[in-house]
Structures are given as C-alpha cells and as structure tokens.
Design a protein around this ligand. Structure first.
Ligand code: SF4
Ligand code: SF4
Ligand code: SF4
Length: 580
C-alpha cells in the first residue's frame, strides 16, 4: 500500500494514499470536530465545521473530504480555524430552535457541545427562520425540523438501509428534510428501524416518548404492571450512566426496574427460548413435509415491515412465530394470568427494547393471545434510562438483583438473540439435538458470529447438509431476498435482523456521538457482553429452559411444540403493504 507522510499540528504521521485530512488527523490522535460526517456513509463536507489550514491549499479546507498529499502540513487549531468554526456554529444557531433546557438530547447533543467549546453567541445572526410543524405521524419517531441542522446523516442512514424514504425538499433557506411530496413519515414505507435517530447529532429526531404511559400505569393501583427486558438492553443501558461500552448491567437494570415499581420483572430471554422451540419445530416440519424454504426468522419487526413493503411475494418464507417480546407478553396474559388468578385485562405489560420498531409491532393485528394486546407499552433503552434518572436512582450504586421467576429464567441461547447470528446459533443448537436425537456437546456455531452484514455457513446435521445465511441491516436483507425471489437461494434457514449488527445496534439504544461510532465497533463490543453471558450460562440450549419445558407436555399448558393452542397464542400472520 502506498503511504503518504504528513504532519498534523506538527505530529508526523504516515497514512495510506487517498486518505482524507480527517483520517490522517485521527491517525495522529488529533480530533477534528464534525457534524455531518459519518465514516463511509456520509462524506459530503456539508457542515464545514471540520475546516482546517493545510499547506498547498487556498483558504480553509474541509478535513472530511480533502485528501492529504506527500509532505502536507495541517493545522487544526489556528485563530482562523477557530473563528471560522465559531461563525459557522452561530449561523447554524440562527435558524435553530434553541430549547436546550427541555431538549431530550441536552448534554448528549453534538451541536450543544461544540457551541460550548467555541463560546458562541446564540444571537449573533438573526433573520428569517422557517417554522415547521412536528411530524408525529409514526408510532416510533418524531421529526422536529425546527432543530434540524441539515447535516443529512439521517438521509444517509436511511439510504444505507435501502429504504430511502427521506431526503431534502425545497431549496435555499427553505430546505427541509422530509419525505417525497412532504408526505407524513407514517404514509411512507419507513420500516421504523430508528437508525436515523441514532445518527442525528441534535434533537431533531427522537423516539416517540411513551414513558408517561408507563408512569400512569405504575400509578394505577388496579393494574398489575409487569416489565420484560430484551437481551440487548443489558448490554447498552450502562452507557447512559457513563459506564464503559459493552458493560453487562443486567443485575442493576433488574434492581432499577423493581425500584421503579414494577410488580414483576421478567426477561424477554424467556420468550427468546420459547421462540426457538416453536421456530425449530416449524423448520423441521417444513423440511420434513416439503414446506416453503428457506424459512426466515421473524423476530425483528423492522425486518418484518421491510419484507411486507418490499418483498410481499416472499412473506410465505417468514416463520409464523411471533417475536420473543410478543411471545413473552402472550404468555404473561394467558399462562401466568391463569396461574396468578388475574384477569388479562388488569395486566399492563411494558417491554423495554433496544428497538423503535417494537412501538409499531405492539399495535399490529393478530398479536393478542388473550383478546387484549400481548404487550401494552414498548419503551426503548433510552426511555428507560430517562425513567431511572427521573426517579432519582443512582444506577451505578444499585445492587445486582435477579429476574423474577418463572418467566425470568433463560438460557445462554436466548441472551445471544441480541446480536446478529444469535438467533441462528440458538436455533442450530436446538435443531442439532432434535434432528440427531441426542444431547450434543456442540453448542457453539461460531461461523455465524461476527458483525459482517452477511454470513453463510453449511452444517452437517443428522446426515443432512444444512445451509444457512445470516443478514443484518436492510441492505444485506435486500441482497438475501433478491436471491430468494430469483429462485437462486439454496439455504434452508435464514436469520434476518432489520438493524446492522442486530438488536445491540437497534434504533432505541443509547446514542453515542459520531466520533465514537466512527472509531469503536459498537456492534461488536456490545455483542461481546452477550456472548460472555452465554459462555457463563449453565444452560445454553433453549429447549432445556425449565420455564419453557414447564409450558409443554402432559396436562401442561401446551400439548406440544406447534400444537393448536401454541399456534393460536404464539404465532401470527403478515400483510403485504403498498410501497411509497
Ligand atoms: S438540539 Fe442540541 S442545541 Fe438544539 S435545543 Fe437540543 S440540546 Fe440544545
Ligand atoms: S426509521 Fe429507518 S426506515 Fe424510517 S426514516 Fe428512519 S432510517 Fe429510514
Ligand atoms: S434530522 Fe438530524 S440527522 Fe437529519 S438532517 Fe436534520 S440534524 Fe441531520
């Protein structure tokens, strides 16, 4: 590889030819501020916060797109650079709705941080300021263009998902991000993934906050308010309280939920184990009876919505299993309600999820085992963090507590659901045992691990070649689905997650500034917390979960895997949606 020698603030560094000034600066340990830049995804030099002085260049250059040359000397912190950045920030603020006191992104806002650092004058420029109505049409997201700084990161993230339902409308000072013909987001084929929220540097995009509904339920003494938490939440919640990325805070999270007043704290891992036994059973049935293959997982509501909009002809490939969240809710409102002598109507199930699409999923049809919604309220990891803060709980100081039983029991197979490849590995553990009729020692299927967007593997199980594929992010999903639609796929089983890296990188997880997103593999570090938990688990196969076993068999709740009642309570259906 041809290298180029440059100096950044006098620090000598050698970088590959073609590198930008920003990349060279990062290699030299010098951080240059950015507002629009996203590595490999949005390199458009639009915000002009990253300007620097460089020898051989006329005037200031934008570090994120300007290439280095042999012998170039770059200065990132001169009076001229600082003045230019300050003026740019003041111009951004001239059209910005400055509501830092109440903004959900305050203290975690990339614009606010820079304004403080550069000592800007909020009122330096005044003039025409467009006023925008909030787009609150979708169940998962609110767009407030009064705070938008037109960095276009959301547009790039949505395009990267191969959904591309947002872009710039109008011209000049009236430029605004929105959908074609200014349609409301809910009228488009948005898949509710929330990836746009995670990259927004400011408070222009936020999840729809449902915490008031949870506070109201908790205050209602006529209700049994039960919470369940998805595996990926424990791997990221600590970030909201300044803990290192990848810290597993399961015990403190449970303690916090109990102190918030939930009557039972259950684990969605239970539902993940349940999903695996129903899904593995469905797969084996399809293989034995010539059913539609490949069978594709259905736990990610962002992915399911993507399939409904973009691949309606292939919906028959999706497993009919509800997601672990919905299965857990269904069992709470049927089996557990029966056990406790409670009326399902008096139970409020709150789900804490790493995902914004779950807010859409809870309102889907055919998700009501007891005649009432399986799950009543879905909040994100970020919303839970806000509730913990509002309740005055010192998260770091909380003790480690255990989930309530029986629906808090889980296996290692369930906890890895939060990472791409986790559902596949969990399913393979069970299918391997069931097809061979043995309790196999092999539990690790490492070929399907890792953060690559698309992974493939072939396993010899009971004399059969089982070909599998794992895709995460809608871009990789499209690659897989195009092959299936063209009849060119020979996979037996496919796992697809709507978000790149799976749920650990879901649209509801704590927001890290873009500098961290560019330099730390969040997906891998958070996933490691889950794989470590799996390795430490005593039980690592879903069909060994005592809570799941308790549901099936002689005279128990279900007559067997995939029985009529299990179908009624734990399976669902899909609808072809019109794409806009
Ligand atoms: S987006 Fe940032 S600068 Fe704007 S109101 Fe919110 S916290 Fe303040
Ligand atoms: S939620 Fe996902 S699909 Fe919808 S606009 Fe945002 S990035 Fe695009
Ligand atoms: S909504 Fe956020 S990410 Fe999108 S252009 Fe505006 S500021 Fe940037």
């Amino acid at each position: 590889m041809e290298m180029v020698n440059v100096k950044i603030n006098g620090i000598a560094v050698s970088v590959p030819k073609g590198s930008t000034v920003l990349e060279a600066a990062r290699a030299a340990g010098v951080e240059i501020p950015t507002l629009c830049y996203m590595k490999d995804i949005n390199e458009i030099g639009a915000c002009r916060i990253c300007v620097v002085e460089a020898t051989g260049a006329r005037g200031l250059v934008t570090a994120c797109v300007f290439p280095v040359a042999e012998g170039m000397e770059v200065q990132t912190n001169t009076p001229k650079v600082r003045a230019a950045r300050k003026t740019t920030l003041e111009m951004i603020l001239s059209t910005h709705d400055k509501k830092c006191l109440s903004c959900v992104r305050s203290t975690n806002c990339e614009l606010q941080k820079l304004c403080l650092e550069y000592g800007v004058d909020e009122g330096a420029f005044a003039g025409y300021k467009p006023e925008y109505e909030l787009d609150t049409s979708a169940p998962h997201l609110i767009r407030d263009n009064n705070k938008c700084i037109l960095c276009r990161r959301c547009v790039a993230a949505c395009r990267e998902q191969h959904v591309a339902v947002i872009g710039a409308n109008n011209r000049g000072i009236d430029t605004a991000i929105g959908s074609a013909f200014n349609m409301q987001l809910n009228d488009t084929s948005c898949i509710s993934c929330g990836q746009c929220i995670n990259v927004c540097p400011v408070g222009a995009l936020t999840e729809k906050d449902d915490t008031d509904k949870v506070w109201a339920a908790l205050a209602d003494t006529t209700k049994h308010v039960i919470v369940q938490t998805a595996p990926a939440v424990r791997a990221a919640l600590g970030e909201s309280f300044g803990m290192p990325i990848g810290t597993n805070v399961e015990g403190k999270m449970v303690a916090a939920l109990r102190r918030l007043g939930f009557e039972r704290v259950f684990d969605t891992d239970f539902g993940a184990d349940l999903t695996i036994v129903e899904e593995a059973n469905e797969l084996i049935e399809r293989v034995k009876n010539g059913g539609v293959l490949p069978m594709i997982t259905s736990c990610s509501p962002g992915w399911v919505k993507f399939a409904e909009y973009y691949y309606p002809e292939q919906l028959k490939n999706l497993s009919s299993c509800k997601s672990p969240m919905q299965m857990t809710g269904a069992i709470i409102k049927t089996y557990y309600a029966e056990k406790m002598g409670w009326d399902a109507k008096d139970i409020v199930v709150v789900a804490v999820m790493p995902c914004t699409a779950k807010k859409f999923e809870i309102g889907r049809a055919d998700q009501s085992a007891a005649g009432v919604p399986d799950v009543d309220i879905s909040i994100t990891t970020r919303e839970l963090a806000r509730m913990i803060a509002r309740a005055g709980l010192k998260f770091e100081a909380l003790p480690n507590e255990e989930f309530d039983n029986p629906l808090g029991e889980d296996t290692g197979a369930a906890v890895i659901f939060g990472a791409t490849g986790g559902v596949m590995e969990a399913a393979l553990r069970t299918a391997n045992d069931w097809l061979t009729g043995k309790d196999n020692d092999k539990v690790e299927f490492t070929e399907v691990r890792g953060t690559a967007a698309l992974k493939e593997a072939t396993y010899k199980i009971a004399g059969m070649d089982v070909k599998v594929a794992v895709a995460s992010g809608a871009k990789a999903a499209k690659e897989v689905m195009d092959k299936i639609a063209a009849g060119e796929a020979d996979w037996t089983f496919v796992e697809i997650m709507g978000c790149p890296g799976g749920c650990v990188n879901g649209g509801g997880q704590p927001i890290q500034p873009q500098y961290i997103r560019d330099t730390v593999d969040l997906k891998a570090v958070r996933a490691k917390a889950l794989y470590d938990a799996d390795e430490a688990a005593v039980l690592r196969k879903s069909h060994k979960s005592p809570a799941v076993c308790e549901l099936y068999g002689d005279g128990k709740f279900f007559e067997g895997y995939g029985c009529h009642k299990a179908h009624e309570y734990l399976h669902t259906s899909y609808v072809a949606r019109k794409k806009y």
